[in-house]
Design a protein around this ligand. Structure first.
Ligand SMILES: [Zn+2]
Length: 329
């Protein structure tokens, strides 16, 4: 969007970025003709996907007559391109910087449409992210910072081999997003104690120097108080869908086979660490008291704050705390 010297990133062709189909290097300019229109799945990692979403939002404001009567309307938008492109290029890429500069223009357009359609004094906006991201782990490795890759699939196979030796059967069915799902039918048919097997496997993973912690599902079901990292796992735990053992890798590590294609390019998110959990939270609107807040705020505090602004009753199981700094005295 801008001349190269106006960006804070100076390197375009970085070894840590994935090369998109149709390209020979991860460099500007990117054109849809080059990326290939037959491959629409790549449209979502271009800034034009954000433009399309802004267009939808503008249509929704007008078509649904949002904010036109005495009832509160809620419009939720998810600009997902920073996430999708972030996986491909990493947070320190020129591509991501360009995407955010262009997203800023989209937001400008969105706010001016809100001013026009709803009125400057009639809306409240909050802007945040569901997660951030770890720098490309290979970039961390090369900078001698903590980080790297751990092939959790292979590690799970080793754990299964040990379980076969001891119990005669593979007891871990699948590893997905650092959740280990057990073959519970098999455990039952062998007359084994599920919580005991969970603890045994969790303990084995905890002894790995690349694993921060691993927690058994039965421990979380019982509501036992955990350490900081165990608590982070428990926050994302649900009995119906989570694994029998859930782990967190050490900071800077992602689960990936070193031999996979693009193994040392691109990155991902999903850890409990600051690089993943520390996200911006911006509020904008007529009823706000200007404030800059540096203390930790949880994502659950957003709905608690909205409930306060809308003068509603708190829903039964709401756990957040209103952000007091925003509330007019
Ligand atoms: Zn993602």
């Amino acid at each position: 969007m801008l001349p190269l010297q106006r960006y804070s990133r100076t390197v375009d062709n970085s070894p840590y970025e994935r090369v998109l189909p149709g390209k020979t290097a991860p460099v500007f300019p990117y054109t849809m003709a080059e990326i290939g229109l037959e491959n629409y799945s790549h449209f979502v990692l271009t800034p034009f996907a954000n433009t399309m979403l802004t267009d939808f939002a503008k249509e929704a404001l007008v078509g649904e007559a949002l904010g036109k009567d005495e009832n509160t309307d809620v419009l939720c938008l998810s600009y997902s391109t920073p996430d999708i492109a972030g996986h491909e290029f990493g947070p320190y890429s020129l591509e991501l910087e360009d995407i955010y500069l262009r997203l800023d223009k989209e937001l400008e357009l969105l706010f001016s449409t809100l001013d026009k359609e709803v009125g400057k004094k009639n809306y409240l906006v909050f802007l945040t992210a569901d997660h951030a991201v770890v720098p490309v782990p290979q970039q961390l490795v090369d900078a001698r910072l903590p980080g790297g890759y751990l092939d959790v699939d292979s590690l799970t196979e080793v754990a299964n081999t040990l379980l076969v030796k001891k119990y005669g059967e593979k007891l871990i069915r699948k590893e997905k997003n650092l959740n280990l799902y057990f073959n519970r039918d098999k455990i039952k048919s062998l007359g084994l104690d599920l919580p005991a097997i969970q603890d045994e496997v969790a303990e084995w993973f905890r002894t790995n120097p690349m694993v921060q912690t691993a927690v058994s599902a039965h421990v979380m079901d019982a509501g036992i108080t955990l350490n900081t990292w165990g608590e982070m796992i428990a926050n994302g735990y649900t009995k119906e869908r989570s694994g029998d053992v859930i782990m967190i890798l050490k900071p800077g590590l992602i689960s990936r086979s070193e031999d996979s294609k693009d193994a040392h390019q691109g990155t991902t998110h999903g850890s409990a660490f600051n690089y993943d959990t520390h996200v911006p939270l911006l509020w904008y609107g007529n009823r706000l008291k200007p404030a800059s807040v540096v203390r930790p705020i949880c994502i659950t505090d957003i709905s608690a704050t909205l409930v306060h602004f809308m003068e509603l009753q708190r829903p039964a199981s709401m756990t957040g705390t209103p952000i007091e700094e925003l509330l007019r005295k």
